[in-house]
Design a protein around this ligand. Structure first.
Ligand code: SF4
Length: 420
């Protein structure tokens, strides 16, 4: 029977998406075949449940393949996956990015019962895997890892235990990576990491993220679009604010890791900002770049959240002028301080998440109203879909060339997408 190239399943964040592309290239170089690789996420209990569900489905569809589980859920709870009959090997987040791991697996290491679990202590990892990728599964937007890990300890978050300490990819490596992607026709690059604004803190001279952004735009002058995936607004540096104000190729779209709108809850989350800091940041950024649009992560139902505290979160949508909301119903993660706090009833958490999502949907519709009839530049990402600079989705009635920058005038919207 003909050997088959590995099947990849990626759950979770853009960093995982980047790493899957790196694994795709390393497994090809190692000659790995007839394997299924599941790159998991651990950000919520639901994410881990989905990973197990995906593993069972892929095992049914690939009965003879070697099934390998990696990613943050494998890193934080390796025994959970090793206990699954469907699973052959469990790999940690550092191991998955090492070429020798895959050459080792090629020679059968781990599939003979030895070393089924290969998960090192992620807190001891100091280097970023500077694996330069040639491309991405899609032809339009490439996610480029510039940072990994996190030194913060927000009380609800499991990520530092899956990703280890914060570490930066040197600017020269990032620029080379982006140069390579642009030479292959990519028109948009998204800088991604776990705690992006801590980029540079571990590099000589501790350059801020803003320096990296300006350096990329200076040295890769033919890159049409640079996007930043998600930032902690309280840690935005002056160079980044200046780039937001002056660099048209830096997309006017920031996704903010806000998490909540009440000061007492923000303190209990061990966040580094307060409500007014978030509002002030959005006002400053909007003054510098009037067409900027904000997305934000918000958690609903954090332990001890009162009606009044939740209301402060709900009102933050308007007070910051948020448009694209990612709402997370609170999910206790074993081993985090928030999991040991008095929990709210599930129905309260779900109702508050629904209310936040409704506020988000209304904000998005109001924004889309303002875009109808305006001439905008979009990057097509499918025959009938594209994204504006502010990350609004655009749906076309007719097929368009993929991976192309077009100028269009939307004629309407359906509440979530512009129509052109
Ligand atoms: S900054 Fe906080 S929420 Fe973000 S990854 Fe670090 S610990 Fe988690």
């Amino acid at each position: 029977m003909e050997a088959r190239t590995p099947v990849f399943a990626t759950l979770g964040c853009r960093l995982n998406a980047h790493e899957t592309e790196a694994m795709r290239e390393m497994t090809a170089a190692a000659g790995i075949t007839d394997a299924v690789i599941v790159n998991t996420c651990a950000v919520t209990g639901e994410a881990v449940r989905k990973a197990r569900q995906e593993i069972r489905r892929l095992r049914r569809e690939n009965p003879g393949a070697t099934l390998i589980v990696t990613g943050c859920a494998a890193q934080t709870e390796p025994d959970t996956f090793a206990a699954m009959a469907e699973v052959d090997v469990v790999l940690g987040n550092a191991e998955k990015m090492r070429p020798e791991t895959w050459t080792g697996l090629r020679t059968g290491l781990g599939t003979d019962g030895s070393e089924r679990i290969r998960v090192d202590d992620i807190q001891s990892v100091r280097e970023t895997a500077s694996h330069i990728i040639d491309g991405f599964g899609t032809r339009h937007r490439a996610y480029v890892q510039v940072q990994n890990g996190c030194d913060h300890r927000c009380t609800f978050c499991i990520i530092p235990f899956g990703r280890g300490p914060s570490r930066s990819v040197p600017a020269g490596v990032v620029v080379d990576q982006i140069r390579r992607l642009v030479d292959r026709g990519y028109l948009e690059v998204v800088l991604t990491g776990v705690d992006l604004t801590s980029w540079g803190a571990d590099l000589p001279g501790t350059p801020p993220l803003g320096d990296l952004v300006r350096r990329i735009l200076r040295l890769v002058s033919d890159l049409p679009r640079l996007r930043i995936s998600s930032i902690d607004s309280i840690e935005a540096d002056p160079a980044l604010m200046e780039a937001i104000a002056t660099e048209p190729r830096l997309m006017p779209h920031l996704h903010l890791s806000l998490q909540h709108g009440d000061d007492l809850i923000l303190k209990r989350m061990k966040r580094r900002h307060l409500r007014n800091d978030a509002i002030r940041f959005c006002q400053d950024a909007r003054r510098l770049r009037p067409d900027i649009v904000f997305g934000a992560d918000l958690i609903a139902g954090f332990p001890t959240e009162t009606d009044a505290a939740f209301d402060n979160s709900l009102r933050l949508v308007a007070d910051c002028g948020l448009t694209w909301l990612h709402v997370f119903p609170f999910s206790p993660r074993k081993g985090t301080p928030a999991a040991r706090m008095p929990q709210l009833p599930g129905d309260v958490i779900r109702a508050r998440a629904a209310a936040l999502r409704a506020a988000g949907a209304a904000a998005a519709a109001r924004y889309l109203d303002t875009q109808v009839g305006r001439t905008v530049e979009v990057l097509t990402e499918g025959p009938r879909t594209a994204r504006t600079a502010q990350f609004a989705e655009v749906h076309f009635h007719t097929d368009q060339p993929e991976g192309t920058l077009l100028t269009v005038t939307p004629t309407g919207h359906d509440g979530t997408r512009l129509i052109a």
